[in-house]
Design a protein around this ligand. Structure first.
Ligand code: MG
Length: 455
């Protein structure tokens, strides 16, 4: 990681403790964040990674040295911490998590008083404090104190239940298989769905900092067991979460796992049916299906850079009720305008309870598009030159909102962009024509591979 000027990536600060940085770094990050926040009370939570408890203590020490009172919420899903930061009027929040990254990683997410991750501008202010050592250190008499805040999980589950029609869901008596991926939704999703009257089967639903079940990232590839279990238990649906519980990937009753484009669009359509007419916010990496569904219902769609932080801030700006990402992030602002796997699950249950249709029947009704996703290992410092190299040989229409989005025709595109958190380049392609999809994906893959080979 290049630490000379930047600490924050797409979603917080990410690093391998003891390898990239030691605890002194983490303590100084705590001091920098404590110096940045004006108010006195900061709430902090963490995910189930092995390094999380030590990082929480180092960050808390830094915050207290900067005069902040620390409210320790313990191990919670990221959205639960964000919700209490908003609802309990804290002056800021911190989550120690590296989300879906491999177990050796960890990270720091900084939450502003409205529960949303800091703006890019505020992240730069913390970086400026850190790199220039402009810490506001307090003397022995003015250092902050530490308190326990134990009701985060209860408040979180209550808020989700209050934001759906729980009677409707209970009456439908759905059976759901939950794969928490050994992450923090283990602490809330099984209870939440039971309270919503579901018959619940759990997989990988104990906390394990090594994510030894199926890893911390839910994708159609890693959710094989979920898919099989939904069929085996004759369930109505399945859901898999990422390590810190903010993303959810669903599976229909036939065991077909689908990306967040489809689940996000189904939830958006359900909310539109309930009367929502505010703009829908999503990223440039999501499928065109949302455009077709929204257009049919005269609802606007706004696209941002990839990253839920950009989606959250755009939602706030537009007074939007719903936003989503292709990776399974769903954001529902009446609860909180940040992505939340638990809220997405409750909305999906509400959608299914609104009719007798099965999840596969709902999916079947969406416009048909085909997608391919792949990734290439590439050193962080070379990614920009690869993107430039591709751009220089293309004559097609290009959107540079984030990386390169190449429009091959009206309904086929490829997006090539560096990951914000890992040394890889991602390639997504979509088309309404399967052979066109294969050919554009092959063309992009060859371009990327040749450029990487010649580095
Ligand atoms: Mg996450």
């Amino acid at each position: 990681m290049n630490i000379n000027s930047k600490l924050f990536g797409t979603n917080g600060i990410r690093f391998i403790p003891g390898d990239d940085y030691d605890l002194e770094f983490v303590l100084n990050i705590g001091l920098s964040i404590g110096t940045f926040f004006r108010g006195a009370d900061i709430v902090i939570g963490y995910d189930g990674r092995r390094s999380s408890p030590s990082l929480v203590n180092a960050i808390s020490a830094g915050l207290m040295e900067a005069g902040k009172n620390v409210f320790a919420a313990g191990m919670v899903p990221t959205p639960a911490l964000q919700l209490i930061t908003q609802n309990s009027n804290f002056d800021g929040g911190i989550v120690i998590t590296a989300s879906h990254n491999p177990p050796q990683y960890n990270g720091v997410k900084v939450i502003s008083t409205d529960g949303i991750e800091l703006s890019r501008k505020d992240e730069s202010l913390i970086e400026e404090i850190y790199f220039n050592h402009k810490y506001n250190r307090k003397n022995w008499n003015d250092v902050g104190q530490i308190h326990t805040y134990s009701s985060a999980l209860d408040n979180y589950i209550d808020s989700i239940i209050n934001n759906v029609d729980s009677t409707l869901i209970k009456n439908r008596k759905l059976k759901i298989v939950i794969d928490s991926g050994n992450g923090t939704q283990s602490l809330s999703a099984p209870l939440l769905t039971e309270l919503l009257g579901c018959n619940v089967v759990t997989l990988n639903s104990h906390i394990d900092g090594n994510f030894s079940g199926r890893g911390g990232e839910p994708t159609p590839k890693t959710l094989d067991l979920l898919s099989k279990s939904v069929i085996e238990y004759d369930a109505d649906l399945g859901v898999g979460y990422d390590g810190d519980g903010d993303r959810s990937i669903f599976c229909d009753e036939n065991g077909n796992v689908f990306w967040g484009d489809k689940s996000g669009t189904l939830i958006a359509q359900h909310l539109i049916n309930k009367g929502m007419n505010s703009p829908i916010v999503t990223t440039i990496a999501t499928s065109q299906i949302i455009d077709y569904v929204a257009l049919d219902n005269h609802v606007d769609v706004h696209r941002t850079k990839v990253g839920s932080v950009d989606v959250s801030h755009k939602m706030k700006e537009l007074d939007s009720i719903f936003g989503f990402e292709e990776n399974g992030g769903c954001l529902y602002s009446p609860h909180i305008a940040v992505r939340d796997g638990g809220m997405a699950t409750a909305l999906m249950l509400e959608m299914l309870s609104s009719s007798e249709k099965s999840l596969s029947e709902h999916i079947e009704m969406l416009p048909k598009f085909y997608q391919l996703k792949t990734k290439f290992s590439c050193p962080v410092e070379s990614r920009a030159s690869i993107i430039d190299g591709i751009s220089s040989v293309l004559t097609e229409k290009i959107d540079t909102t984030d990386g390169l989005k190449i429009w091959w025709d009206d309904s086929s595109w490829s997006l090539i962009r560096p990951s914000g958190t890992e040394p890889i380049i991602r390639l997504f392609s979509e088309s309404n024509n399967e052979s066109q999809l294969e050919s554009v994906t092959k063309r992009c893959s060859t371009l990327i591979e040749d450029l990487i080979k010649n580095l």
